[in-house]
Design a protein around this ligand. Structure first.
Ligand code: ADP
Ligand code: MG
Length: 619
């Protein structure tokens, strides 16, 4: 009696992926073994977990392992596991559709760089298809752990369709038969396959056998004493955990007894994949209880901003049957989170102390995560702030410094830490806001990223020193005595001018005042809001449009500047009114421009031309 064979079409995106995989120029095809083993190991972990909590399970006593059979004559590579298996629906869903995979992203990456993307196929949830790199026919024979389940054979040549038929006498789990293409015979050779397993899959937590011989050394290196673990083992373990070809940047291996008993290995990657345009990173911590995997990629173990940290947390205090849903409310988990978060931050601070140069490489890749932390993790803000690095008015380009270094250099009586935002170093250094600080030899931190102003505002102070934007209104930069007296004297002389300008700009300005901070510029806009910098208001306005009103600003004018002195006289004498208004408006627009604020450009150009014409009239 033959069973009915049903034929199904792959989803269009899967077809594209397969086409690329089959015609991949990628030379190292070994990874298909890693991917199939990784799927088998996942299926076994899932089974272990399910068997602790569910009753209706078939063949409960099958021993949990992965078996590989190699047949040189038939040119087959066969891998079997006794894991959860798949129902017919699951075969269709998991092997024929893009339900959970990042196939689109994968295809994009592939278009950019074939070599790299092919290596990373597992990270996109497409690992299974790598079998088609070496084969024109793959059979998946599977039976689910669920009561009354039936066995099925899934077959495909990796082209347009696949078939499924029911079959009797199949054991629980999954068996995948890969018919090797002639040129890939080497994947039926024991020594070769053994070496590949040693390289990629040595840490798989289930035993792997080739033709009855045990290959991998199942070892939970996190339970070992850190002195006994070699760097090479950490590196291999990291590569295994993350499917990544590179080594970790830092690792932290600790055990603790209080407040929670736990053993931990945490890895800090070299590269920030989010910068490279990959999607948001998934959380990277696998949770174990006594070497049994409870859940992988658990988001409750570290705060979201530390999602780049990868590793393992093993605690005997955890209940084995904890579920994804209950992780969130679990008291032990929240204690682990609190403890580990502090540990990660102090680890980074220690490493910065030990080797600042190395730390800076980490900082360059992961700065945005630390800033995210300052904006979201109130409890650890101060410690995170220690990790920040900036350029300043006293560093060279690309030379970075910390708050602590800044404070070491600060003036004795300096009560604030100053910062200024701009697109780049040049823009900030040309800014009139910087003049007074340079003149008084006070260091200013330069900020280039949109998030930076928000970070400073979230922090609000560091080591009891207020963080102040250099464009805020009530800046008190220490001045020499002689300068002070002169500025007091001039207030009366300019009263008419300030009143006149206030009237002229009454719609937009809160007031016009005499500046004691300007050196070379006639005027600047300053911000009376001590919570939101002008830059923040700008960013929010850009994002929200006119619904976000920016607060009224203050115009500071420089009584020492020839331009201001002259129009002051002209206002007094009430001569040339049209020209004075145009000049005042231009001074105001220039100040808006320097503050990076919106101004009416067409109006400005017309006015400028008028002014130029007047300037040449007497010539
Ligand atoms: P990923 O493992 O990242 O999900 P794969 O392409 O490797 O992506 O596998 C797709 C899906 O197929 C898996 O998520 C799993 O549900 C199913 N699968 C693959 N191999 C097995 C197996 N040996 N046992 C049970 N399910 C499997
Ligand atoms: Mg996989």
């Amino acid at each position: 009696m033959t069973n009915k064979v049903e034929s199904y079409q792959y989803q269009a995106e899967i077809k594209k992926v397969l086409d690329v995989v089959i015609h991949s120029i990628y030379t190292n095809k070994d990874i298909f073994i890693r991917e199939l083993i990784s799927n088998a190991a996942d299926a076994l972990e899932k089974f272990r977990h399910i068997s602790l909590t569910e009753k209706d399970i078939i063949e409960k006593d099958l021993s949990l392992n992965i078996k590989i059979e190699l047949n040189k004559k038939a040119k087959t590579f066969t891998i079997s596991d006794t894991g959860i298996g798949m129902t017919k629906d699951e075969l269709i869903e998991n092997l024929g559709t893009v339900a959970h995979s990042g196939s689109k992203e994968f295809l994009e990456k592939l278009a950019e760089n074939k070599e790299n993307a092919a290596k990373l196929i597992g990270q996109f949830g497409l690992g299974f298809y790598s079998a088609f790199m070496v084969s024109q026919k793959v059979r998946v024979i599977s039976r689910s752990y669920k009561k009354n389940s039936k066995g099925y054979i899934w077959t495909s040549d990796g082209m347009n369709n696949y078939t499924i038929s029911q079959e009797e006498g199949i054991k629980r789990g999954t068996r995948i038969v890969v018919d090797l293409k002639k040129e890939y015979e080497k994947y039926a050779e024991e020594d070769n396959v053994k070496n590949i397993i040693k390289e990629y899959s040595n840490f798989v937590s289930s035993p792997i056998f080739i033709d009855e011989k045990r290959i991998n050394t199942v070892q939970a290196i996190w339970v070992k004493n850190p002195n006994e673990v070699k760097d090479k083992e950490y590196n291999e373990f990291y590569k295994f955990l993350t499917n990544s070809p590179s080594e970790p940047f830092y690792h932290l291996h600790t055990s603790s007894d209080a407040p929670i008993q736990m053993k931990t290995i945490l890895f800090f990657p070299k590269e920030n994949m989010e910068i490279f345009g990959f999607n948001r990173m998934e959380p990277g911590i696998n949770l174990y209880c006594n070497k049994i995997l409870i859940e992988s990629k658990v988001k409750e173990i570290l705060p979201d901003y530390l999602r780049f940290v990868k590793g393992v947390v093993d605690s005997e205090d955890l209940p084995l049957n904890i579920s994804r849903e209950t992780l969130q409310d679990n008291l032990i988990i929240s204690k682990i989170k609190k403890f580990l978060t502090k540990r990660v931050i102090s680890f980074l601070n220690d490493n910065a102390q030990k080797d600042e140069k190395k730390y800076l490489d980490f900082w360059k890749a992961f700065a945005s995560f630390i800033k995210e932390g300052i904006n979201s993790d109130f409890e650890n803000r101060e410690k995170l702030a220690k990790l920040l690095r900036f350029e300043t008015s006293k560093t060279k380009e690309n030379e970075l410094t910390s708050f602590d270094e800044y404070l070491k250099r600060a003036k004795k009586d300096q009560k604030e830490i100053y910062f200024l935002s701009g697109k780049n170093r040049q823009e900030i250094e040309n800014s009139p806001y910087l003049e007074t600080f340079i003149a008084s030899d006070i260091e200013v931190i330069y900020l280039y990223e949109a998030i930076d102003d928000f970070t400073m505002s979230a922090l609000s102070n560091y080591d009891k020193k207020e963080l102040s934007s250099a464009d805020k209104s009530d800046i008190k930069v220490p001045k020499k005595e002689s300068e002070k007296k002169e500025s007091e004297k001039s207030i009366e002389n300019f009263e008419k001018l300030t009143k006149w300008m206030e009237k002229l700009f009454e719609k937009d300005l809160e007031k016009v005042v005499l500046s004691d901070r300007l050196v070379n510029s006639p005027a600047i806009i300053v911000n009376p809001d001590d919570k939101m910098t002008t830059n923040m208001q700008k960013i929010l306005k850009d994002a929200k449009g006119d619904v976000f009103p920016t607060g009224k600003k203050i115009l500071e004018i420089n009584p020492e500047h020839t331009l201001i002195k002259k129009i002051s006289k002209l206002v007094d004498s009430k001569k040339d009114e049209k020209l004075i208004i145009q000049i005042a408006e231009q001074i105001y627009d220039n100040a808006l421009f320097n503050a990076g604020m919106d101004l009416d450009k067409s109006k400005m150009v017309k006015r400028m031309n008028d002014i130029l014409e007047q300037a040449l009239k007497s010539k």
